[in-house]
Design a protein around this ligand. Structure first.
Ligand SMILES: NC(=O)c1ccc[n+]([C@@H]2O[C@H](COP(=O)([O-])OP(=O)(O)OC[C@H]3O[C@@H](n4cnc5c(N)ncnc54)[C@H](O)[C@@H]3O)[C@@H](O)[C@H]2O)c1
Ligand SMILES: [Zn+2]
Length: 343
């Protein structure tokens, strides 16, 4: 059964698992649909988009901003898109975040769906309804929560994905295992990246499992008042280093997870052997575990974090592998913990 349905606050989202881009034309009204994609994805897959109108944006996080949204909205107006129109975001997390955002504000919201084309997009960014853009160095600081109608997963699209983007996506997979699924963590320990790249069935199962973890967490807490915060494991410090050092999202999250493991060691009793297992798996999948960062500067950015409420920050900590908790840490204490982290 390759069709899954998840309901988020009463809104049903259809997941077409292990499906194909070519079947998109049977799922949406082609003449009323506009595909938003980036230049790289467009170059690789334009041949499969016959009949669709397209808006092609430049690739890269630096374009996930208001200027690109304005361009998309101008194009939708020029194409005379109306309330019956359907927007499809075809691309990585940058494209789906921005396409979902543009579709959510155009005419106060028109329907949209996603075809994620990166690992990170398929296991994380396309799921959960967070759509948004950056403002300068502040990541995802402007946005809405609104669910797509569907998400279509086509694993063959990953064949053109550069190696570093595979590695990038595995950071979120490892994150999911750390916070929710000790068995998945053990599977990741046994395998290596090439195993998943070479075995379609293994990859399809991995993606399905991650889709389930993320969707399950979000379905219980769409508006992030509780458990959804767990998905931010590694992201508080990760986001702070991401734009400062222009790292790929997953690479930054990897650094953030290492820092969060160390803080968990002090605050929530996460054992040293388990901390070491996390570091080992990150390295096994080619992720960085060390970055010499300007702690003072990173802390200044961290203070702006959306998870900050007055002088405290909600921090995701591990108790054991597969079991994460949320704990409020006063900013002053966090500053000390970061300063104390070994160089
Ligand atoms: N909304 C959410 O819940 C959520 C969750 C996690 C991450 N995100 C966001 O996702 C973004 C990162 O997503 P990403 O890592 O997918 O980055 P991305 O969208 O920038 O894609 C990475 C690169 O791969 C290229 N690419 C995409 N698909 C390809 C394919 N099939 N073949 C060849 N090249 C391809 C893109 O053009 C781009 O250059 C960040 O902006 C992050 O904030 C959002
Ligand atoms: Zn992330």
């Amino acid at each position: 059964m390759n069709l899954l349905e998840y309901t988020f606050s009463g809104k049903k989202v259809t997941y077409y698992l292990d499906d194909s881009l070519s079947s998109l034309q049977n799922k949406v009204p082609v003449n009323r649909s506009v595909i938003i994609t980036d230049e790289t994805v467009y170059q690789a897959y334009a041949g499969q988009l016959a009949g669709f109108q397209t808006i092609v944006i430049p690739a890269g996080e630096q374009h996930k901003n208001q200027a690109t949204v304005n361009h998309i909205l101008d194009e939708l107006i020029r194409m005379e898109a109306d309330r019956q129109s359907f927007v499809i975001g075809l691309g990585g997390g940058v494209v789906t975040d921005i396409a979902g955002f543009a579709a959510s504000v155009y005419m106060r919201g028109i329907r949209f769906g996603f075809v994620p084309t990166t690992i990170l997009g398929q296991v994380d960014a396309s799921i959960g309804g967070k759509n948004g853009i950056d403002a300068g160095i502040y990541k995802n600081i402007i946005g809405v929560i609104r669910q797509p109608e569907f998400i279509l997963f086509d694993h063959t699209l990953l064949q053109t994905l550069p190696q570093e983007q595979w590695v990038n996506g595995f950071a979120e997979i490892i994150k999911h295992a750390c916070i929710r699924d000790a068995q998945l963590f053990a599977l990741l320990e046994q395998k290596k990246l090439e195993d998943f790249q070479q075995d379609h069935q293994l990859l399809a199962e991995l993606i399905r499992r991650n889709v389930d973890i993320k969707s399950g967490v979000v379905a219980k807490d769409e508006f992030e008042t509780g458990d959804r915060k767990l998905l931010n494991f590694g992201h508080t410090i990760g986001h702070a280093v991401e734009n400062t050092y222009e790292l790929l999202h997953g690479f930054a999250v990897s650094i953030g997870m290492v820092a969060a493991c160390s803080i968990s060691g002090t605050v929530s009793g996460f054992s040293v052997p388990e901390q070491e297992r996390v570091l080992k798996v990150l390295q096994q999948y080619g992720l960085p575990i060390y970055l010499e960062f300007d702690k003072k500067r990173v802390f200044e950015i961290l203070k702006m974090d959306k998870k900050r409420v007055r002088e405290e920050i909600s921090f995701v900590l591990l108790k054991t592998i597969g079991h994460a908790v949320i704990q409020k840490i006063p900013l002053t204490e966090l500053e000390e913990l970061i300063q104390k982290m070994s160089d």
